[in-house]
Design a protein around this ligand. Structure first.
Ligand code: COA
Length: 376
């Protein structure tokens, strides 16, 4: 491989972007200049989505209109719910979500329109409907009827309501809202890059988000939070954590929830999720999840000098809310739809086809032998 080839496109800058700034050395993350620490303290997921799509914070009137549009668009077309019901019960939630988003394109009132206005309308629609798709599949796969969305609840509270059929506690709703704020965008992560590659062919938001969901599913990206939960289950007791993780490191196991392509310090999102997972764990009598993770984090940081990323504590918070492990990555998706949409809008505004090259290392003078003349 020549030195010009950057494996995994590491550190390759492929475009400019106004949306998201990551300082991997200081551990800072900004959306349109706003520090995520300030957004966590003062904002909501709905307002952050507005910020990502419009590049500025809304006025009170603009926010009211935006919230109303999001809350009013949550219902699924009845035929789409029937399509979900037709899936085998063992369908993985991320696959169900990918199918649902792709199928929603068939209900678009004007599929030929790829203007900014049409993409914004679709961004609202998908951001509103993806939580309904995820919650509906959770109910259907367990033989239950989907719960109709409640437009009076925030997006986060309504999602928890549609999953369980019960209004969530203030702490659970706020924790999910913060998790959605923290996952909303992260520059050119793999799924956002996939969305931009698709959008750069002048394809539409449904196609871009379908590509992105497929990319987010992998265990090196969004699937890592499910891997963390499986690690917690395997460790089971805080007293076993130190021995378990030391053995895993000695066996050269890749530890989910650690390391990052960009951050060289702790991911700035991890501390917020740790705090909320701790509070929720105490409320739900599941403090041992965070106790296990704290020990794992101490040992991995000491021994490998790699630090917790966003996925380390998010699963512990979701599990304390009673959410099944295989729904953690879909929750990531119902947040990242805000960022994917922002990047598709930006890609379409300054489009050029994304088409890199490969350095060819295969043969150059193969001789074709007809099938009948090839040896058995
Ligand atoms: N556990 C153990 N070792 C890790 C590690 C982890 N989670 N993350 C990185 N490393 C080690 C690698 O073994 C490698 O060591 P080596 O040079 O001695 O072989 C080195 O750190 C660099 O790793 P590499 O895989 O080349 O880095 P990358 O930038 O390609 O990968 C991730 C970044 C995120 C894919 C990687 O850190 C990872 O797999 N993390 C676990 C999955 C995860 O939590 N993903 C969510 C990201 S938000």
């Amino acid at each position: 491989m020549s030195t010009a080839v950057k494996a995994g496109l590491e550190d390759v800058v492929i475009s400019t972007s106004d949306i998201c700034f990551i300082d991997g050395h200081q551990g800072r993350l900004l959306y349109y200049g706003f520090d995520i620490d300030d957004l966590v303290a003062h904002s909501t997921f709905e307002e952050v989505a507005y910020l990502l799509w419009h590049g500025m914070l809304p006025s009170r009137k603009e926010l009211d209109r935006h919230m109303k549009a999001l809350a009013g668009a949550r219902k699924l077309p009845p035929r789409l719910t029937r399509l979900l019901s037709a899936q085998p019960k063992k369908t993985v939630p991320m696959d169900s979500l990918r199918t649902g988003v792709s199928a929603l394109s068939a209900y678009d009132p004007d599929p030929a329109d790829n203007s900014r206005e049409a993409t914004l309308r679709r961004a609202i629609q998908l951001t509103a409907q993806m939580p309904t798709l995820v919650a509906a599949w959770e109910r259907i796969r367990h033989g239950k009827t989907p719960v109709a969305p409640n437009p009076r609840l925030s997006l986060a509270a309504n999602f928890l309501y549609m999953i369980s059929g019960k209004r969530p506690s203030e702490l659970a709703a706020r924790t999910l809202d913060v998790a959605l704020i923290l996952h909303a965008d992260h520059e050119l992560n793999a799924s956002t890059f996939a969305a931009r590659v698709t959008a750069a062919t002048l394809s539409d938001l449904y196609a871009a988000v379908t590509s992105a969901i497929g990319t987010l599913k992998g265990p090196l990206h969004g699937g890592a939070n499910e891997g963390v939960m499986r690690m917690i289950e395997s460790i089971a007791e805080p007293a076993r954590a130190e021995g378990w993780i030391k053995k895993a490191l000695a066996d050269k196991v890749r530890i989910m929830g650690f390391g990052h392509r960009v951050y060289r310090v702790e991911d700035p999102r991890a501390k917020h999720l740790r705090r909320l997972a701790t509070e929720l764990g105490q409320q739900a009598g599941k403090s041992r999840y965070v106790e296990i993770l704290d020990t794992v984090a101490r040992v991995v940081t000491e021994q490998k000098r790699i630090y917790p990323n966003v996925d380390l504590y998010s699963g512990a918070a979701y599990a304390a809310m009673g959410i099944p492990t295989d729904q953690f990555t879909p929750i990531f998706a119902i947040s990242r739809i805000a960022g994917w949409s922002a990047h598709v809008l930006e890609q379409h505004a300054h489009n050029r086809l994304i088409r890199p090259r490969a350095e060819y290392t295969g043969p150059t003078s193969a001789t074709y032998v007809p099938i009948g003349l090839r040896p058995d």
